[in-house]
Design a protein around this ligand. Structure first.
Ligand code: ADP
Ligand code: MG
Length: 253
């Protein structure tokens, strides 16, 4: 997609869990080539919004379009196929398998369940192709020196980058990351930010869900701030940072 083209449009998305409104008619957009930060205190509804976009949860009402196509009724597998790659807030790697195997498995699953059935179905040619694609994405994120290390032996920051390599295997035009910087040390955050800048320079668009405002501040082109399910601010990072409602949400939260 051409830079600036509308990629993702979330239009008054709402999610209720029983009586709780986790996402309260939230709207925002991601344009091609942008990094958009979705931030807010714990419980704001960020992960729920993320799960609505990726088809893990269904909207109570509202609409979500990707590349002009309505996706809010599609399964997560269908959404991955259309070019939305994602990571999970709680890293779900197979710690005893190598970096290469983890990424190849992600490439093969492409968002679907049924791991063992999928592995059993692979023939040698398919496996070779998957390994080649996985190796390419591992080099792209700079983890090539760890290709044959067990995923569980990597530092947390490297595991997060491994997750990104796995998400890149479905050839996404939009990458969704849920709190990729959580729990990382300063230098690991710097390395992660560097990688996201590199991906952006390659034309990738990113929706970055983050609690850590400092991490997104120098990275995002646009910020969307949520509190108690509601969008309380949006715009350029420097404007949003000084918005009294945002300051209050972060101090109070
Ligand atoms: P965030 O990611 O911003 O911390 P979440 O989207 O995880 O926030 O949660 C928003 C609100 O919705 C919270 O009050 C949370 O307890 C609630 N919530 C999230 N998922 C569920 C669920 N599956 N069932 C019931 N309540 C949920
Ligand atoms: Mg969350």
């Amino acid at each position: 997609p051409a830079a600036g083209e509308l990629l993702l449009a979330v239009d008054r998305a709402r999610k209720e869990f029983g009586g709780l409104v986790a996402v309260n008619d939230v709207s925002f957009e991601v344009k091609a080539g942008q990094i958009v930060g979705l931030i807010g205190p714990n419980g704001a509804g960020k992960s729920t919004t993320f799960n609505l976009v990726t088809g893990v949860l269904q909207v109570t009402r509202g609409q979500i379009h990707f590349h002009g196509e309505r996706i809010d009724a599609l399964s997560s597998r269908e959404i991955v196929k259309r070019g939305i790659g994602r990571t999970f807030q709680h890293v779900k790697l197979l710690p005893g398998m190598t970096v290469l195997e983890n990424v190849a498995l992600g490439a093969h699953l492409r968002g679907s369940a049924g791991v063992w059935r999928s592995i059993a179905r692979l023939n040698a040619t398919e496996e070779g192709r998957l390994m080649a694609e996985a190796a390419q994405q591992i080099r792209r994120v700079g983890l090539e020196q760890h290709m044959y290390d067990e995923a569980g032996s990597l530092a947390l920051g490297q595991q997060r980058i491994l997750e990104i390599a796995r998400a890149l295997c479905c050839d996404p035009t939009l990458l969704l990351l849920d709190e990729p910087a959580a729990g990382l040390r300063y230098q690991e955050k710097q390395r992660l930010a560097e990688l996201l800048r590199k991906l952006k320079a390659e034309g990738m668009s990113v929706l970055l869900v983050e609690h850590d405002m400092d991490f997104v501040m120098n990275l995002a082109d646009q910020l969307v701030v949520m509190e108690f399910g509601t969008r309380i601010a949006h715009g350029l990072p420097q404007d949003v940072q000084n918005d009294p409602a945002v300051v209050e949400a972060y101090l109070g939260g």
